[in-house]
Design a protein around this ligand. Structure first.
Ligand code: HSE
Length: 450
């Protein structure tokens, strides 16, 4: 048999017959947490991966500025280099795995690798979200391939779900817990009754949150991921300015306690909705009924609840970050690409077939929602009347009112839940209410989903 190579080993599927003698040569750039996970995975499951590709693999390069620190994983010193361009320019390399992150050097590496005819695998959500058009234009120009399963929700194969499993559907909506750090903080505030600041400190000490947690707690990381999911669902590449973003910094443990009294939990959600010829893309804290499946997603776990017009409801759950879950996604992409190289067909991106200008993104003012409103008001007669008067003027109907604390003549929290209302009206009403003498602080608004 021509071109057939037999190997044995610990793989339960062995012995393997490779249908291709072509070795898939890999250059890994970025030997940080995920890079280390990829090396470990390729070592632990090498035969399994090769069997599934149908060809042998070789990790020819591991590039990083630091090639001396001990990462607890054995690598042949001859593969280590500090020169990323040596990897990108090596004619032997078939697949470049970019795990540096950020939008600087990483972009240059990816664009150069594509121009050099390499397939690219990346976990870089920020780059895809901030420069998606440029990256995918470059891919198209060379009829190349970029795979990015690890960029959204780490080990959860949600990109494959949208690209492949759900491809027969119009995606009607997606609700995602797509930032593990924020979910950890909100979980701790809920379960332990601790403040945002305390929960953030815990998240930092466990390594979930960075010293500067802005990207996670302000919703920016979630927006990067929502942009990628929304682009896949629609077929058009969105831009960050298409997404409304609000983080979790203003949520207090009291809000979580009040929400619970109404039967709701608070989650930071990435929301995509397609209806009436337009799409909504938004990231914000959201009150979800405690009975919703997403409400049971705790700690740093991620989950995405996707509804298609044919399939109905589906949900994807798992670890959204971390060394091995993210490496699992990177190596899945490697197997996909490796299979295409091995069978000589090549694999090309074909998921973005619509022009962005053909898609209407609904302005945030035009969305409709139910709202949780927490006012800070003086506890004296007539205050409730003043507030409901303004809400009524803007046709905002109240479904529940709640004032737990009673301190005559002092400022106390007053919580209301509204029926469905237009965001524009709610914002206008709150602007007016916040000017009233009986109101102290800016009113807190949290949108609700049922
Ligand atoms: N910092 C992210 C999170 C993981 O907390 O989910 C990487 O996107």
């Amino acid at each position: 048999m021509n071109g057939v190579q037999v190997v044995g080993g610990s793989n339960p599927l062995a012995p393997t017959i490779f249908m291709s003698m072509k070795t898939i040569t890999i250059g890994l750039i970025g030997f940080g947490t995920i890079g280390k996970g990829v090396v470990k995975t390729l070592q632990a499951n090498k035969e399994l991966v090769e069997t599934r590709i149908g060809a042998p693999i070789q990790l020819k390069w591991v590039a990083d500025l630091d090639i001396t620190s001990d990462r607890g994983v054995k690598v042949d010193p001859s593969v280590l280099t500090t020169d990323a361009m040596q990897v990108v320019n090596d004619p032997d390399v078939d697949v470049v795995i970019e795990l540096i992150g950020g939008c600087g050097v990483a972009k240059h590496i990816i664009l150069s690798a594509l121009r050099n005819g390499k397939s690219v695998i990346t976990a870089n959500k920020a780059l895809l979200a901030e420069h998606g058009n440029e990256i995918f234009s470059a891919v198209q120009a060379v009829n190349g391939m970029i795979a990015y399963e690890a960029s959204v929700c780490g080990g959860i194969p949600v990109i494959k779900a949208l690209r492949e499993g759900l491809v027969a559907n119009n995606i009607q909506s997606m609700y995602g817990i797509i930032n593990g750090t924020a979910n950890y903080i909100l979980t701790k505030m809920t379960q332990d009754g601790i403040s945002y600041e305390e929960a953030l400190k815990q998240a930092q000490s466990l390594g979930y949150a960075e010293a500067d947690p802005t990207l996670d707690v302000e919703g920016i990381d979630a927006a990067h991921k929502l942009l990628i999911l929304g682009s896949l669902a629609t077929g058009a590449i969105f831009e960050m300015r298409d997404i409304y973003i609000e983080g979790i910094r203003n949520i207090t443990d009291k809000d979580i306690q009040y929400a619970a009294e109404f039967g709701y939990g608070v989650k930071l959600l990435g929301i995509y909705k397609q209806q009436a010829g337009s799409v909504e893309l938004r990231v914000h804290p959201t009150l979800l009924p405690e009975s919703h499946l997403l409400s049971s997603v705790m700690d740093a776990y991620n989950a995405v609840f996707i509804t298609g017009d044919i399939v109905g409801h589906t949900m994807y759950y798992g670890r959204g970050a971390g060394e091995l879950p993210t490496a699992s996604a990177v190596v899945a992409d490697l197997v996909d690409i490796g299979r295409s190289i091995a069978n000589g067909k090549g694999r090309h991106n074909n998921e973005f077939t619509r022009d962005r200008s053909s898609v209407v993104v609904r302005d945030m003012n035009a969305i409709e929602s139910r709202y949780y409103l927490r006012f800070s008001v003086i506890d004296i007669p007539g205050v409730l009347g003043q507030i409901t008067g303004v809400l009524g003027k803007y046709r905002i109907s109240i479904s529940d009112v709640y004032q737990k604390e009673r301190r005559k003549g002092e400022f106390v929290p007053l919580v209301m839940i509204t029926h469905h209302a237009k965001e524009q009206g709610v914002r206008a009403a709150l602007n007016e209410i916040d000017q009233l003498d009986v109101v102290k602080d800016k009113t807190l608004l949290i949108r609700m989903e049922d």
